[in-house]
Design a protein. Sequence first.
Length: 230
Amino acid sequence: MSEVEYRQARFSAPAGSTDVLLIRHGESEPARPGRSFPLVDGQGDPELAPAGREHAERVARRLTGEDLDAIYVTTLRRTAQTAAPLAARLGLTPRVEPGLREVHLGDWEGGLFRQKVAQNDPVIQKMHAEQRWDVIPGAESTEDLTTRVREAIERLAAAHPDQRIAVFTHGGVIGQVMAMAAGSRPMAFLGANNGSISQIVVTGDHWIIRRFNDSAHLDEGLTSSASALS
């Protein structure tokens, strides 16, 4: 009679859950003093930089073999441009989910936020100390961001039970999703690399983190510094 063995079990998504791949858009064009990005509904809308287009191709190569049921992008073109190579390979038409657009940066939209980060502006220091976006004049509150991100994820989960979807979105949104899933400080997960893949499994009110900032396809090794927002 053979001895009974209990092997370690691999993760299995619960019945009815939705597997959500959150891909940060590729690197966007640089901000330049005195030249604001074009705005869409008050938010900066730069296009991809050449490096960002390479990020998009690498994401496509990484995910082409995955079984994806839908691709989503936001209202900002850098997400649609990043999704385009994968969508073409899979023959899927990206759908737009406005609720997963980037954090609204108020008076610091259009590229000014990047400059303030580079200068380590006192307001940036206060933002991180208080874990709030709205210390920036006119910026979105953490409460409003939390509400719209939760509603958007719940919408996608309701539309795709027992399916896997790819959502091309933004660093601030990915950070917020991860923080909500983990119950962490609001900005604990900021800094996902451009072109990186994070993953949650949504089952009812429970969000299960499966990966954060997976950058293996970008050949960047073990990065130790955060990637700039927007």
